[in-house]
Design a protein around this ligand. Structure first.
Ligand code: HMG
Ligand code: MG
Length: 305
């Protein structure tokens, strides 16, 4: 039994990203709707309780997510699982509500250039655009998560000051987002930078309302997660198979793999309620369906051993 250092959380809530962040940037043909639905079923069966299942964005901008309604309506719900989706504006929200989502998310950025490339407006305009989304979601009794992208660096602007991240996170929190997920969109962060960013944001937003959403482009995500758990972070976004990337962030390779996060947490004696072997099987299954191997180190090691 591992001895958990007292600076680390007892339990971590894992938010699974593979069906959305994992597949949104998949090149080539559309991933079949049936494959997306089976992926979501397998993740729920593995014990994952928060799944970002779809994205109600413009189909012109992100064609891979254009079957969001069919995916949401095609899944068989597991009681206790929250199925969420991205909604960049009111149109996305109305479509998501009609499709029966449990929860939605708005997504902003700490970088002006990335905001323009990703959602075609400035940071200030995005915050204005999110207000009616929050209001309408509250009327519908649907919780809203908020993302801030480029929290540890931007593909267009380079370094991003932690104070800028804190400012955008606070605006989303004050607007009513129940949780703010902090995205290292291009995976350039290192542990001290990640800690300093969390310190700055947690002066504006309570630490138990923050989540870490780290991509693994430079192989630093696991180290960065350990560092921010020491700061009090206990919600982690990850994608099975290490799938993922943002179409508007060159160099944004996969999210940190769920398998690797679970292996880390198990080794630390931190509870998640998720079955690592079932996630490993799912990672092999989905990456095979996509014609490649998982990028998860744990998945590769377990196949080799
Ligand atoms: P726009 O072109 O400025 O929108 O796009 P618009 O309001 O001018 O509308 C243009 C057309 O799009 C209209 O259709 C609208 O109806 C339609 P037309 O009249 O020309 O036929 N439209 C929509 N259709 C379906 N669903 C909608 C929708 N909205 C407008 N929701 C917009 C603005 C925000 C829509 C666009 O830029 C967009 O969809 N961007 C999404 C980009 C995206 O999904 N990026 C990846 C997700 S973010 C991410 O991965 C980062 C994250 O993981 C965290 C991290 O890693 O940092 C979250
Ligand atoms: Mg992401």
């Amino acid at each position: 039994m591992a001895l958990r250092p007292s600076s680390l959380p007892l339990r971590v809530r894992l938010f699974e990203m593979a069906p959305r962040d994992g597949l949104q940037n998949e090149p080539g043909a559309m991933v079949p709707t049936a494959t997306k639905i089976e992926l979501i079923h397998r993740l729920a069966n593995a014990g994952i309780r928060h799944i970002e299942a779809a994205s109600f964005v413009s189909p012109t901008w992100v064609p891979q997510m254009s079957d969001a309604t069919e995916v949401m309506q095609g899944i068989t719900r597991t009681p206790g699982v929250v199925y969420s989706a991205l909604t960049p504006n009111l149109k996305g929200l109305e479509n998501a509500l009609a499709a029966g989502v449990d929860e939605v998310a708005v997504f902003g950025a700490a970088s002006e250039a990335f905001s323009q490339k990703n959602i075609n407006c400035s940071i200030a305009e995005s915050l204005e655009r999110f207000e009616p989304v929050l209001k309408r979601a509250q009327e519908a009794n649907v919780r809203v998560r908020g993302y801030v992208s480029c929290v540890l660096g931007c593909p267009y602007e380079g370094d991003i000051p932690p104070e800028k991240v804190a400012q955008v996170a606070k605006a989303l929190y004050d607007m009513g987002c129940y949780e703010i997920s902090l995205g290292d969109t291009i995976g350039v962060g290192t542990p001290l930078a990640a800690k300093r960013m969390i310190e700055a944001v947690s002066r504006q937003v309570p630490i138990d309302r923050l989540a870490a959403h780290f991509h693994d482009t430079y192989g630093m995500a696991i180290a960065n997660l350990y560092a921010v758990m020491e700061e009090g972070i206990s919600v982690i976004d990850a994608a099975t198979g290490g799938l993922g990337g943002c179409p508007y962030a060159k160099g944004a390779s996969g999210n940190v793999a769920t398998e690797d996060v679970l292996y880390l947490l198990e080794g630390l004696g931190i509870e998640t309620g998720i079955d690592l072997q079932a996630v490993l099987d799912t990672g092999h299954w989905i990456t095979q369906a996509l014609g490649r191997k998982p990028t998860s180190n744990v998945a590769l090691a377990r196949v080799l051993s």
